[in-house]
Design a protein around this ligand. Structure first.
Ligand code: CO8
Length: 257
C-alpha cells in the first residue's frame, strides 16, 4: 500500500486503516481510494476482524478529493475512471466502520467520514463541503448524507457557501458520536470499536445492515427487513451463546458462527 497504512490487529478484533499522505492533507487520489476499497474488502472477509477504524492524522482526516489530479479532467475521463464504484464498495462493507476524525474533513474527506457508520471527532475537527468554491459540488454522497444529518437549511448553507462547521457543531447535529480532546480521538475510537467487537459479529453486521436500510426504504419495508434479520439470527450459535450466558449469569463468548 502506498498511501494508506493497514494494521489488521491494531487491537483485539479491531483493524486500523490510516490515510497516509500527510503532506497533501490526505487528499484522496484514485490510488488511495483504491487501496481503501481493497483493504476494506480484505478486512471484511477476515474472521479475526470485527470492527474497522479509518483515520488520518491530527491535522487532517482528509482535505477532499485530490484537486490536482482532477483539475485537467473532462467528463469522459471522470466517467471512464468510475471512481464511485470504489465508494460503493466502501458502502457495502458489512463490518462496522468508525471514522476517527481530527483536523480537516472536507469535500470527499467529509463524505468518506459520513460513509462510515460512526464518527469520533477530536475537538479540532472541521467538517465541510467546499467543492462549490472550486466550481463543482459534492459527488460522493455529500448532498444526501449531510442533508439527512443536518437538515435542509444547514446542509444547503454548507454546500452552497463551502463554510466549515466545528466538531462541537457537528456533534450538535448528530453527525458525530462524540468530541474528545485531540490526544484522545483515536483511543476513544478504539474503545468504541473494542466494545462492539465483544458482541456477536453476526448480530452486529445484521443490525448494521438494518439500520442502514432505514435510510433507503420506507418504514414498513424497513420493519420487514429488520424482522427477517432478527429471525435469521436465531440460526446462529451466537444467539444460543448470548441468551444462555444471560441465563447462566456469565459473560458470553461470541465466536461469530
Ligand atoms: N487536493 C490536492 N491537494 C490538496 C488538497 C486537495 N483537496 N487539499 C490540500 N492539498 C495540498 C495543498 O495543495 C498543499 O500542497 P503544497 O504544499 O504542495 O502546496 C498541501 O496540501 C497543504 O495545504 P495548504 O497549504 O493549502 O494548507 P492550509 O492549512 O493553508 O489550508 C485547507 C488547508 C483549508 C484544507 C486547504 O488546503 C484547502 O482548502 N484544501 C482544499 C479543500 C477542498 O476544496 N476540498 C474539496 C476537494 S473536491 C472534492 O472533494 C470532491 C469530492 C467528489 C467525490 C470524491 C471523489 C474521490
Amino acid at each position: 500500500m502506498e498511501f494508506i497504512k493497514v494494521e489488521k490487529a491494531y487491537a483485539k478484533h479491531v483493524a486500523l486503516i490510516q490515510l497516509n499522505r500527510p503532506k497533501e492533507l490526505n487528499a484522496l487520489n484514485l490510488k488511495l481510494m483504491g487501496e481503501i476499497r481493497d483493504s476494506l474488502k480484505e478486512l471484511d472477509q477476515d474472521d479475526e476482524v470485527r470492527t474497522i477504524i479509518i483515520t488520518g492524522n491530527e491535522r487532517a482526516f482528509a482535505a477532499g478529493a485530490d484537486i490536482k489530479q482532477m483539475a485537467g479532467k473532462g467528463t469522459i475521463d471522470m466517467w471512464k475512471v468510475d471512481q464511485f464504484s470504489t465508494w460503493d464498495q466502501i458502502n457495502k462493507t458489512r463490518k462496522p466502520i468508525i471514522a476517527a476524525v481530527s483536523g480537516f474533513a472536507l469535500g470527499g474527506g467529509c463524505e468518506l467520514a459520513m460513509t462510515c457508520d460512526m464518527m469520533i471527532a477530536s475537538e479540532t475537527a472541521q467538517f465541510g463541503q467546499p467543492e462549490i468554491k472550486i466550481g463543482v459540488m459534492p459527488g460522493a454522497g455529500g448532498t444526501q448524507r449531510l442533508t439527512k444529518a443536518l437538515g435542509k437549511a444547514k446542509a444547503m448553507e454548507l454546500v452552497l457557501t463551502g463554510k466549515f462547521i466545528s466538531a462541537e457543531e457537528a456533534f450538535g447535529y448528530g453527525l458525530v458520536n462524540r468530541v474528545v480532546p485531540v490526544e484522545l480521538y483515536l483511543e476513544e475510537a478504539v474503545k468504541l470499536a473494542k466494545e462492539i467487537a465483544t458482541m456477536s459479529p453476526i448480530a452486529v453486521q445484521m443490525a448494521k445492515e438494518s439500520v442502514k436500510r432505514s435510510f433507503e426504504v420506507h418504514l414498513e419495508e424497513g420493519l420487514h427487513f429488520e424482522r427477517k434479520n432478527f429471525y435469521m439470527l436465531f440460526s446462529a450459535n451466537d444467539q444460543k451463546e448470548g441468551m444462555n450466558a444471560f441465563v447462566e449469569k456469565r459473560k458470553p463468548d461470541f465466536k461469530g458462527n
